[in-house]
Design a binder for this molecule. Structure first.
Ligand code: ZN
Length: 83
């Protein structure tokens, strides 16, 4: 469980399970390797994620972490205004 404060000030927390904050991103290559297995246990997926992404529910920024347990995001994405 961790907290991460978004640049907009919203305090994100992944302590609830499931939650709408945290996403796991897998490359096609990783999924292809996993799909060769008969079944995919949850713990197997957790160990093979390529990126951990947090989405701020207030401003929709995405924070991309690429190292397990890393505290600083590698990338930050902010949605463009669409109007
Ligand atoms: Zn935010």
């Amino acid at each position: 469980m961790a907290h991460f404060v978004c640049r907009c000030g919203y305090d994100m927390w992944n302590g609830e399970s499931p939650n709408d904050i945290e996403f796991w991103v897998y490359s096609d290559k990783t999924l292809d390797a996993l799909s060769s297995e008969d079944s995919i246990p949850f713990l197997s997926l957790c160990n093979k994620d390529d990126y951990n992404v947090w989405r701020c529910p207030k401003c929709k920024r995405l924070y991309v972490f690429d190292e397990k347990g890393g505290v600083e995001p590698k990338y930050v994405y902010k949605p463009e205004d669409r109007e």
